[in-house]
Design a protein. Sequence first.
Length: 210
Amino acid sequence: MKQDGTEAEMKRYNRTHGTCRVITPLGLALLGMSLGLLPAPAQDLIEYSLVKVYVTNTGSGTVSVLGGGGVPVGLLPMAVVAAPGADTAYVGNFGSGTVSVINGATLAVTATIPVGSGPRALALHPTKLYAANFGSGTVTVINRSTNTVMGTIPVGAGPSALRLVLGDAYLIVVNATSNTVSVIDTATNAVVDTLPVGDATVFSEVASSS
């Protein structure tokens, strides 16, 4: 991607590469300032969809949409995922214990869904949304069609990152406080394995064996 951060260049990049997500606050601040998108490192997460760029602003409790404006959400929004085909964004509000659903066409919040304490990460499944609740040690499962909670899955302490793998068949949950990784079967929404890892793990990457 060019360093001028133009909307056209980002659209071209995203059409080629899908989505680009930056999760660490320091990495986001450096990226945002280098692209000229962020006036200050207050934004903690940025999500590029195929048509829009959503940036959470933890200090003001808003989401900025590049080329669109600001959308008021809950307290301390710290996670965002975008569904380009549906032109919808989901925002995890760490301070409110909620997920805000934003209509990308109208830039209006269409639903506010109660989850657990401190939703820190989100993962977008074709039919569901998963929210990792850092304070509760749980993952909330949300039906994307109805914007209602389907269930709550106990995991380790301090879940801070999520990754869907193997064709969305499994959800990897990184538990930063308990130093474990939980593996959830997305068909049953049940934990099928818990693996010990190193101290203060914050993210995961999955490599194919083929």
